[in-house]
Design a protein around this ligand. Structure first.
Ligand code: RAM
Length: 341
């Protein structure tokens, strides 16, 4: 099959991640006080965010005077994150980097944190502009959304019913990507014989995602493909396809961790998935927070951050900074990356 995969300019993928178990760095500076950076994720138990945490620890080790506080609610809710933000304000952290479960609901708590002198940024899944200094996106939103739909088109030979199995209904990042997937299927003439029949939500819970996948198989007997732009959802959908003996009948793509998707890509459940390096995302977020706390950067449009091995990261309009290009994994290259994240 001829696969015209989207831009594959690889990020410089660094194998050297630091696997510290929730670790607090013990190396104190001569000044004594460490910069305390909280990494607040959508939910705990998600391998994507554990890789983000490893990248944050790597940056903390390099910087020397940083303590990483890794936190998240047990399920991906805005309420859980608001409670944690309030606790972080009370414990006077220096910075919070948030992957938001809801772009608007978190704004009041995030504003309160900023008023208390805490540097707040979002990464991965954004908070609305009023609630953060800047947002670090892993890659260009339009590129991710459109290229996911194009990849699906290639896998289903540009025809038939397709569905999307997303994370939570309020997730900023997935919702933005889905908007562009919808635009692509409407606007790209090659997609004229494809039909988007459903968007369902697995809430970044493996169990719920698995059940939603089974629901799609049942409700749409002619379904040809599923896009799952969440690492949790795509792995659960792959398992559901395999368990139901639907390999080859239902095509699957999405955004997946090579470590979780290797077996399914190698055995043909999914021919191709995409993602960026979550370790780099945590690493870059930590450098950005550190430089804001140290007053080296303002985070305003045009500002450029120096972020260790990631080089420089520039802030664009609306406080949006972009880390790099996504990468596509197929059976030919996934093993190499599965060892990293
Ligand atoms: C899940 C989360 C995260 C997203 C990845 C692709 O782990 O929803 O926010 O960026 O998938």
């Amino acid at each position: 099959m001829k696969r015209k995969l989207f831009v594959v300019t690889a990020l410089v993928l660094i194998a050297a991640s630091v696997f510290a178990s929730g670790g607090q760095d013990t190396k104190a500076t001569s000044a004594g006080k460490k910069v305390r950076i909280a990494i607040l994720v959508k939910s705990l138990g998600n391998g994507f965010f554990e890789a983000v945490r490893d990248g944050a620890q790597e940056a903390a080790k390099e910087l020397g005077d940083v303590e990483i506080i890794y936190q998240g609610p047990s399920s991906a809710t805005a309420e859980g994150q608001i409670e944690i933000i309030n606790n972080l304000i009370a414990t006077k952290v220096d910075a919070i980097a948030i992957s938001a479960n809801d772009q608007d609901a978190l704004v009041p708590a995030a504003k309160k944190a900023m008023e208390a002198g805490i540097k707040v940024i979002s990464f991965d899944s954004g908070i609305a502009e009023a609630g953060r200094i800047l947002h670090l996106a892993p890659s260009d939103t339009e590129l991710i959304g459109r290229s996911q739909m194009r990849l699906m088109g290639e896998l289903v030979n540009w025809e038939g019913e397709v569905a999307i199995l997303s994370a939570t209904a309020q997730a900023t990042n997935q919702n933005a990507w889905i908007e562009y997937m919808k635009k692509e299927i409407q606007e790209n003439p090659k997609c004229k014989n494809m039909k988007l029949v459903a968007v369902v939500y697995g809430d970044d819970s493996s169990d719920k995602s698995y059940r939603e996948a089974l629901g799609l198989f049942k409700s749409y007997p002619n379904l040809k493909g599923i896009i799952s732009p969440t690492t949790v959802g795509v792995a659960a959908t792959a398992k559901a396809i395999q368990d139901q003996g639907l390999t080859g009948k239902i095509q699957l793509t999405g955004l997946g961790l090579p470590s979780e998707m290797k077996a399914y890509v190698e055995n043909g459940v999914s021919k191709a998935i995409a993602l960026w390096n979550p370790i780099d995302l945590g690493y870059s977020s930590t450098y950005i927070c550190y430089n804001l706390v140290k007053g080296k950067n303002t985070g305003k449009e045009g500002d450029t951050f120096t972020a260790g091995r990631m080089g420089t990261i520039k802030v664009g309009p609306k406080g949006l900074a972009i880390m790099g290009e996504p990468f596509t994994f197929t059976k030919d290259n996934i093993a190499k990356y599965a060892a990293m994240f």
